[in-house]
Design a protein. Structure first.
Length: 125
């Protein structure tokens, strides 16, 4: 198994099995759950992104600092409209790409109703 040392950590390493392997115990810790989120800008635009911690990521966007997505800079105030847990990072990336391919009308209809949001997300998976 190829591994690479994590910077700043001497007791764990990243492994190809999708988690962090603890050298002392050899146990693999589960990957974080990825979520997809939707932000409405002041001009009404809908931004879609993925994160493991949606609240933290939204705070980074709202701060309008270095970690803000370039698209969102200067488009505040921002409002977190919806989010949904997806699972793995690859699933979240695929779903994000599929949602970004939807028309604005379909995105707005999806975000207007929580059941519609879950239905569309299930159909895109």
């Amino acid at each position: 198994m190829r591994t690479k040392e994590r910077s700043g950590c001497c007791t764990a390493r990243w492994c190809e099995r999708g988690g962090v392997e603890d050298r002392d115990e050899g146990a693999v810790v589960a990957e974080p759950t990825w979520s997809i989120y939707f932000i409405r800008c002041a001009g009404g635009e809908i931004y879609t992104g993925i994160a493991t911690d949606v609240a933290r990521r939204f705070a980074e966007h709202a701060a309008d600092g270095r970690r803000t997505a370039r698209y969102l800079r200067g488009r505040g105030p921002l409002k977190l409209v919806a989010s949904a847990a997806v699972g793995s990072r690859s699933d979240a990336l695929r779903l994000e790409a599929a949602v970004k391919g939807l028309s604005r009308r379909r995105k707005l209809a999806m975000l207007a109703d929580d059941e519609a949001l879950q239905g569309v997300l299930q159909s895109l998976r």
